[in-house]
Write a protein that binds this ligand. Structure first.
Ligand SMILES: NC(=O)c1ccc[n+]([C@@H]2O[C@H](COP(=O)([O-])OP(=O)(O)OC[C@H]3O[C@@H](n4cnc5c(N)ncnc54)[C@H](OP(=O)(O)O)[C@@H]3O)[C@@H](O)[C@H]2O)c1
Length: 252
């Protein structure tokens, strides 16, 4: 699958993994919509960087959990860049790190609904544009959901995150089954511990321990995940797959 001339929407692309994915897709020649929720200046900086390198990009504000905002975003991106052929579901839905017996149901529910809502609304808003592309010239589309190693391997305090990301991986396989015959591949990329704002608060000894238990002996970087997203997007016969990006470490 060629990324050159394609149009990508990356949710939660103002910072961290999403920003890195946006830059990588633009470097491959795709026009990129940089979705943000609160960090407008950071999103505009990503866009400016892409444009300075000769690429096409647009910053779009939307809460990925909100159907109306996501639909409006998809319409705006199509008008500005053309029909979307690549959707990267990346927006980080927050959650408290708490043991199961103390986990407030409201926080658990908000995490599950937020993660599912962002995936459901994102796909429902964008898939019609991919089908349109498929009908027009057979270019179809591809969806990549950023899940987590924690979908399969537990960690203390992560029960809601593990459950939400496992549900997301289930949805990825279900959508791959339904949409691939229509020219839309659906895959997951599952990072291990990756150094971003989301993990900045983790104790240094925890990060070091993770690196020591990782065969490649370091923590992940946003660029590692971006490389994997580009790779799985280009792999035209891969659908319904989950690609771990964890240096061979399967604990975090
Ligand atoms: N870092 C890790 O160790 C790790 C490991 C496995 C999986 N992941 C997954 O990788 C993805 C990115 O995580 P990250 O570490 O890069 O996070 P991050 O550095 O904290 O960045 C979070 C991004 O998500 C956006 N976001 C948050 N809520 C949003 C919403 N409701 N609507 C739209 N955008 C929203 C933020 O936008 P604003 O700032 O504009 O609000 C920001 O761009 C997440 O799905 C996360 O679960 C991360």
């Amino acid at each position: 699958m060629s990324l050159t001339g394609n149009v990508a929407l990356v949710t939660g692309a103002s910072r961290g993994i999403g920003a890195s994915v946006a830059r990588a897709l633009a470097a491959e020649g795709a026009g990129v919509a940089v979705n943000y929720h609160g960090s407008e200046a950071a999103a505009q900086a990503v866009v400016a960087e892409i444009r300075a390198a000769g690429g096409r990009a647009l910053a779009v504000k939307a809460d990925a959990r909100d159907r109306g905002q996501v639909e409006a975003m998809a319409t705006e991106v199509k008008a500005a860049l053309g029909p979307i052929g690549i959707l990267v579901l990346n927006a980080a839905i927050g959650f408290p790190m708490t043991g199961f017996m103390d986990y407030p149901w409201e926080a658990f529910e908000a995490k599950i609904l937020g993660e599912m809502g962002a995936a459901f609304h994102g796909c429902r808003a964008v898939v019609p544009q991919m089908l349109e592309r498929q009908k027009l010239d057979g270019r179809g589309g591809a969806i990549v959901a950023i899940t987590s190693g924690l979908a399969r391997n537990p960690g203390w305090g992560f029960c809601a995150h593990s459950a939400a990301k496992a549900a997301l991986e289930g949805l990825v396989r279900a959508l791959a089954f339904e949409l691939s015959p229509m020219g839309i591949r659906v895959n997951a990329v599952a990072p291990g511990l990756t150094l971003t704002d989301a993990t900045a608060g983790l104790a240094e000894r925890h990060k070091q321990a993770a690196a020591e238990h990782t065969p490649l002996r370091r923590n992940g970087l946003p660029g590692d995940v971006a490389e994997a997203v580009v790779g799985i997007l280009k792999a035209g016969f891969v659908t319904g797959a989950t690609l771990p990006v964890n240096g061979g470490g399967y604990v975090f």
